[in-house]
Write a protein that binds this ligand. Structure first.
Ligand code: GLV
Ligand code: MN
Ligand code: MN
Length: 404
């Protein structure tokens, strides 16, 4: 099975016909279709499939548990109106690489696994990399059970509606103990490779990052009759907080984004009673991230006080800095060099399951060139020839890691 064949099959799943973007949220119909594609593809390749207690998918070439397995893969879920490549490129490339190794007659000395982690984007339940966090214990089952989606549906109920029992969610030490290395291939979400004229990169590390929800509570009232001085409008401190975040990020050499905001009741002619807004903050180190978030909090509290509005802040997920396993990173670079693929080291501000897994097992990443650098958008793109080079690179890496 070639990359192009596998890619073409998955491409229509969960794509919105008007925006061209993907809406593959965990435990929805689109997610079920992605899972069915995963199972079908694995079966066609002669791999044994499994869904772990946390809803992550696995396809095995060889029996896990004895020799430490080499696992590759990524995620199939998307941000709202996301691109086709963020996540699926890693899963499709993993299957294509296995297919190539099989037709080359390669016989792995260790099991090879293909994984698709659930809710990597946190688009439904708010916590990024939820599946790998649960697997590794980076989030407790209690904290995950308390999560609700935008409609108030609990994680356990969403899983039950999709036919999965959530009573066993939580760390899976046996599964982790059977994995010797995890390598995630991903589209690059910036232009470093394009600027360097390279097709493939090896990940260096990931900036610390996280999400914080701000709840501004004011008082609903009539937009046409309430004097400005009498208002408790939560939109005003929200707006001030957005601007403060931008200024702080510029000062700190960091990134701060407010992109998701919900105003209630959401009438054009009524002052809002409540504004909920999510800060996505990322910085080169933890001290800078803490400074940035505390500056935004201070600005939010000051602006709220000025407008008679109450503000509460809730930390939804935070990921510490990731420095990928040096030994694995150097080995990936050496294998690619031997295969004639120049692969520079690339840092990233984007979060990944490999970053969560890196806290427990040796993990690494390969990036595939993205000509425009655009990601989390329907405009995200990688050239087919570059994707095929990605498959060749991944196949070379798997062959090396699983050879002994
Ligand atoms: C994942 O794509 C993230 O960095 O938000
Ligand atoms: Mn993403
Ligand atoms: Mn991703």
């Amino acid at each position: 099975m070639t990359f192009a064949e596998l890619w073409a099959e998955l491409l229509p799943v969960g794509r919105d016909e008007f925006t061209g973007g993907y809406r593959r949220y965990s435990w929805t119909t689109a997610d079920a279709a992605c899972r069915a594609w995963f199972a079908r593809t694995a079966t066609q390749l002669g791999l044994r499939t499994d869904c772990d207690r946390n809803g992550n998918l696995w396809a095995w070439w060889g029996r896990p548990g004895g020799m430490q397995a080499v696992v590759t893969g990524s995620h199939l879920d998307s941000v709202p109106d996301g691109g086709a490549y963020d996540g699926p490129l890693g899963v499709v490339s993993a299957f294509a690489a296995v297919s190539q190794l099989r037709s080359d007659g390669f016989r792995p000395a260790r099991p090879i696994g293909v994984a698709a982690f659930t809710e990597e984007e946190g688009a439904r339940f708010g916590v990024a990399c939820l599946g790998s966090r649960l697997l590794t214990g980076a989030i407790t089952p209690e904290a995950a059970s308390a999560l609700r989606d935008g409609d108030g549906v609990a994680l356990a109920d969403a899983m039950a509606a999709a036919g999965r029992d959530a009573s066993g969610i939580g760390p899976d030490e046996d599964l982790l103990a059977g994995i010797g290395a995890f390598v995630e291939l991903h589209i690059e979400q910036g232009k470093a490779l394009a600027d360097l004229g390279a097709v493939i990169g090896v990940a260096d590390g990931i900036w610390p990052h996280g999400r914080w929800r701000f709840d501004f509570a004011g008082r609903a009232d009539h937009a046409g009759t309430t004097r400005l001085a009498d208002r408790q409008d939560p939109m005003l401190p929200y707006a001030a907080t957005v601007l403060a975040a931008r200024t702080s990020a510029e000062r700190c050499g960091a990134l701060a984004t407010f992109a998701k905001v919900v105003a209630e009741p959401g009438a054009a002619n009524a002052i809002s009673s409540r504004v909920q807004a999510w800060l996505d903050a990322r910085a080169p180190d933890e001290a800078t991230l803490d400074l940035l978030v505390s500056q935004v909090s201070t600005a939010a509290a000051a602006a709220a006080g000025q407008h008679g509005v109450a503000v509460r802040q809730h930390r939804e997920s935070v990921t510490p800095p990731v420095s990928f396993d040096r030994g694995l990173r150097d080995r990936l670079a050496a294998v690619l060099a031997a295969a004639g693929i120049a692969a520079p080291l690339v840092p990233t501000g984007a979060g990944h399951d490999a970053g969560v897994l890196a806290a427990r097992i040796p993990a690494g990443m390969l990036f595939v060139r993205n000509p425009s650098g655009v990601s989390h958008s329907p405009a995200e793109h990688a050239e087919m020839a570059d994707c095929e080079t990605g498959v060749a690179a991944l196949a070379a890496v798997l062959a090396d890691l699983a050879a002994q």
